[in-house]
Design a protein around this ligand. Structure first.
Ligand code: SF4
Length: 271
């Protein structure tokens, strides 16, 4: 039996940003030859690996500030940096972030229990499956289930941002499936500053969100991508697939015209 297609927050947000980008990323194997390593992915993955070890009670190798800082070096991923100096600066920054994080956690009384870390959750939707990989899930003494999402590049976050964040809403849907009788909430933690914010969907908000998500899933899964035409947009300038899309003469001409007509805005953004 054929496996059901899966849709994750990354797939939904990629499609919303640009359907052609979705096509190159997930459907056409030629796309993978154009993907470039990103230093911010490497940086974020390293921090996640260290935090996973720190919160894993079965891993006794990363329990102190010193061990956590050493683990940054052990887990370091060097892909995507443009120079050795840039990488050394990032390594130093990573160690500082982890040091401050562990000190903050150790200064707080431990109330919640971490029940999942870097776990893939799934919810069957009939002919497709909703998936999402959560960074960390805590169970609080009052029974509340809380998903905690680490952001390694952000300085701050608000509860309004979480309430409108597609991934955080997907995580709540997935957790409610596993814990139907428990309150569920979502938190984003900005690792650089320790700032965090929390939001929670009530039953009717979650139902409305899931209905919207199903409609979007239908649009993605039923779409005929053959003969799709890339359309110029601000995202193109930083997109790995610009060279691929530019092979289409029509896109190339449209993109040049788009750059001309948006020159002033682009220059203002860069200044
Ligand atoms: S270059 Fe532009 S049109 Fe092409 S995939 Fe990227 S964002 Fe989409």
């Amino acid at each position: 039996m054929a496996r059901k297609p899966t849709l994750s927050p990354s797939k939904f947000t990629t499609f919303l940003a640009c359907p052609t980008k979705y096509y190159w990323t997930y459907l056409d194997p030629r796309g993978k030859w154009y993907l470039r390593s990103k230093n911010y992915y490497s940086f974020g993955t390293t921090l996640h690996l260290v935090l996973q070890r720190f919160h894993d009670s079965n891993d006794t190798g990363v329990t102190t500030v010193e061990e956590a800082v050493a683990a940054v070096e052990d887990s370091w991923i060097d892909a995507g940096y443009s120079s050795a100096q840039e990488m050394q600066e990032a390594l130093g920054e990573g160690k500082s972030i982890i040091e401050a994080y562990v000190e903050r956690v150790q200064a707080q009384p431990v109330a919640a229990t971490t029940i999942f870390f870097e776990k893939l959750l799934r919810k069957d939707q009939g002919d497709w499956v909703l998936t999402g990989r959560v960074d960390r899930v805590d169970e609080h003494p009052d029974g509340t289930i809380e998903v905690v999402d680490y952001k390694s590049r952000r300085q701050g976050v608000t509860s309004e941002e979480i309430a409108s964040d597609l991934a955080m809403s997907v995580y709540q849907v997935l957790l409610k499936e596993q814990f139907p009788d428990r309150p569920v909430r979502a938190t984003i933690l900005a690792l650089r500053t320790g700032v965090s914010a929390t939001a929670s969907l009530d039953d009717s908000q979650r139902e409305e969100f899931e209905n919207d998500l199903r409609a979007l899933a239908r649009e993605i899964l039923d779409r005929d991508f053959t003969g799709h035409e890339p359309t110029p947009k601000a995202l193109c300038a930083s997109c790995d697939f610009l060279a691929l899309c530019s092979k289409e003469p029509k896109f190339q001409a449209d993109y040049e015209a788009w750059l001309d007509s948006n020159k002033r805005e682009i220059l203002e953004e860069d200044s």
